[in-house]
Design a protein around this ligand. Sequence first.
Ligand SMILES: NC(=O)c1ccc[n+]([C@@H]2O[C@H](COP(=O)([O-])OP(=O)(O)OC[C@H]3O[C@@H](n4cnc5c(N)ncnc54)[C@H](O)[C@@H]3O)[C@@H](O)[C@H]2O)c1
Length: 268
Amino acid sequence: MINIGIAGAAGKMGRALVRAVAKEPKLKLAAAWDKPGHELLGQDIGVIAGTEVQNIKLQEVKDDLLKACQLLVDFTAPLATLQLVERAVALQRGMIIGTTGLNEGQMEQIKQAGRTIPIMYATNYSVGMNLLWALARQAATVLGEGYDAEIIESHHNQKKDSPSGSALTLLEAICQGKGLDPKTAVRHGRQGIVGARSKTEVGMHAVRAGDIVGDHTALFSGTGERLELKHQAHSRDVLAQGAVRAAAWLTGKKPGVYSMADVLGLSI
Ligand SMILES: NC(=O)c1ccc[n+]([C@@H]2O[C@H](COP(=O)([O-])OP(=O)(O)OC[C@H]3O[C@@H](n4cnc5c(N)ncnc54)[C@H](O)[C@@H]3O)[C@@H](O)[C@H]2O)c1
């Protein structure tokens, strides 16, 4: 049995994770954390997440409970994630990180931490999304320069970062297939007299509306045909289930930064 602690446990993903952990016999929830001053601190996490009472209270992140956990799961916000990474390195605990919107410097800090502890980092833990990335790379390679590639992503109206982390990984996958640099190839939206489309760009379009959990489409169009690879998440539970699968996989691994592709045996 692996003891895990969840940071951001009262959040949308945190609650889905608490429910998913309750169904996974290899894992045991040992701590549930949220930010200082959160209105639900002190309440039972099972009641918050909609499982049976778990006799674990939502708390601020504290070292005594961190020590009781073998794995720390983080779905919070970039600054909170990096604080937890520091503590995980000090205590030599593995981490599952799902927080998106990290900048290059912050990602570099995660890579550094991966020299001493095992870290799983994924911008999307669903198995279907990870397969989409692999298929999109293959499609970009096979279809080649004659096919324009565009990415369309849709999320709920509360999402903070744009484009989504999953859309950025999709961009990387397509650029790998096309032999492009994602930093220079990406073209965010189009407005005004933008002229004809170049062969070396990949369009990126972000829709924000209602309660959409997360849709991602990789569109490839040549002259005379079009291929669309589309993934739609119906519920956050699928993401939480993937993170739980990753947690069971990461246990006992050597230091390093791993991805869901490693868990699923996909090369992207
Ligand atoms: N990788 C994936 O598969 C995946 C899937 C969904 C969401 N996400 C990302 O996960 C993050 C959380 O998403 P969400 O939809 O659950 O958001 P949310 O706002 O519902 O939840 C975030 C939680 O983190 C808590 N938090 C903030 N600062 C904290 C701190 N210092 N210490 C402890 N807790 C803190 C917040 O109070 C909140 O409860 C976002 O970055 C989101 O983009 C990733």
